[in-house]
Design a protein around this ligand. Structure first.
Ligand code: ZN
Length: 408
């Protein structure tokens, strides 16, 4: 990867992604293999006026060793300093940048029950703090090509070739062109047009049908808002883009109202392992039956993670002809794959998908049907022949998707 390209990417991440503000603190999470990019990101944060940038390093290898050697109890401890750290984050609200380069199979061979248990324990402890800072700070996730990830995506070529191919794909799909700021402005305008049309329809429910067997209905709240691309923090007026790239128009459905079956159209990387060729059947809004050719136990554990893990938190529309899908690459990473296909997410929904959400308490919004859970896992169901029909509250049928793409 050329220095100049990495720098431009770092600028995109800090400016369009996190939109770092003068005097603000920033936390950067990155894998050890991304020192060069992380350093450029830190430099740009300071150029944009950050007061202090803290980097938290991640190592797939060390995470695996920890899971293998330490007990669930030890890994689930939440000592005072960790609690204080959460309090400090909520008091200072730093912008958060995640540079994602993990091996999709990072935790292969680790007892998944153990990973799930630790995950569940830690989520329960951190969740109250996370809930308290939701929609109050900027955050963004962007990818970076590591050797292990690149080899998974391009197994047939040399490691260095695979890394450079993955970098190319990342830059292209992230719209990291010569002028990424302009490219993102244009893209956001297009997304805005789509969400305002969807919001004008006042949809009651969506009906999905595909030849692969998908036949599924999901109901929407009458205050539900379709969102896309950037978000704006009400208190500060600062806009940011949580995902680089982003192609989806999404909302949070009513957690207890979905019926029928959906078939996956891409593998799902979950807790460092892959779940492949699976279906989920919903009854009364709950996933009541799951079948997977690979990763059955993982999928079952996922939907039983907590009370809300079997219900939907997100419905997202992405055309089959999206720039990401058109690369023909399966990324084995949700950030990219979710932006290549229509998807649903099990787990927590988004409070800001309710109109005027600031006027309500978290409890009130959950009562309106926005799902609550410690997890949020996207899984892809978009296919070439997917049809989605919207049923409006005044009884009209509106084509939303035809043959995998936007019908409007
Ligand atoms: Zn999504």
């Amino acid at each position: 990867m050329k220095k100049v390209d990495l720098k431009r990417y770092a600028y995109l991440i800090t400016k369009v992604g996190a939109n770092v503000q003068k005097g603000q603190e920033v936390t950067v999470h990155a894998n050890l293999d991304q020192e060069e990019l992380a350093n450029y990101v830190v430099e740009y944060c300071y150029k944009l006026g950050a007061k202090l940038v803290t980097v938290e390093w991640i190592s797939d290898k060390l995470t695996k060793t920890q899971y293998k050697k330490a007990s669930v109890k030890a890994l689930s401890e939440f000592p005072t300093w960790k609690e204080e750290k959460q309090k400090h984050i909520n008091a200072t609200l730093p912008a958060v940048i995640f540079i994602e380069s993990s091996d999709p199979n990072a935790l292969k061979g680790v007892n998944q029950k153990k990973v799930s248990e630790v995950h569940r324990n830690m989520i329960a402890k951190v969740k109250p703090y996370r809930d308290a800072r939701e929609n109050k700070y900027q955050w963004t996730i962007a990818g970076a090509a590591s050797k292990a990830w690149a080899k998974k995506v391009f197994p047939g070529v040399s490691t260095s070739k695979a890394v450079s191919m993955l970098w190319d794909a990342i830059m292209k799909t992230s719209r990291c062109t010569d002028d990424p700021i302009k490219a993102w402005e244009d893209h956001e305008k297009d997304l805005e047009k789509r969400t305002s049309y969807l919001n004008s329809l006042n949809l009651d429910y969506l009906h999905y049908e595909s030849k692969n067997g998908t036949n599924f209905k999901v109901w929407l709240n009458d205050k539900a808002l379709w969102l896309a691309g950037g978000e704006t923090i009400r208190e500060t007026g600062v806009s940011f883009n949580p995902n680089i790239p982003t192609e989806e128009c999404f909302t949070s459905p009513i957690a207890g109202k979905a019926e029928g079956i959906v078939y996956s159209s891409k593998p799902l990387s979950y807790n460092g392992e892959l779940i492949e060729n699976f279906s989920i059947r919903f009854e009364g809004g709950k996933a009541v039956e799951v079948k997977a050719e690979k990763g059955q136990h993982l999928l079952e554990e996922m939907i039983h993670m907590d009370e809300g893990a079997c219900k939907l938190g997100e419905v997202a529309l992405v055309p089959f002809d999206s720039p990401i899908n058109n690369t023909g690459i399966l990324f084995f990473n949700t950030l990219y794959d979710e932006n290549a296909a229509c998807h649903l997410a099990l787990g927590i929904g988004f409070n800001n998908c309710i109109k005027d959400f600031e006027k309500y308490s978290n409890e009130e919004i959950k009562k309106m049907g926005v799902n609550d859970s410690g997890i949020h896992v996207d899984f892809m169901i978009g296919s070439k022949d997917l049809n989605i029909t919207g049923y409006t509250r005044d009884g009209k049928q509106v084509p939303i998707f035809r043959n995998g793409n936007w019908a409007f």
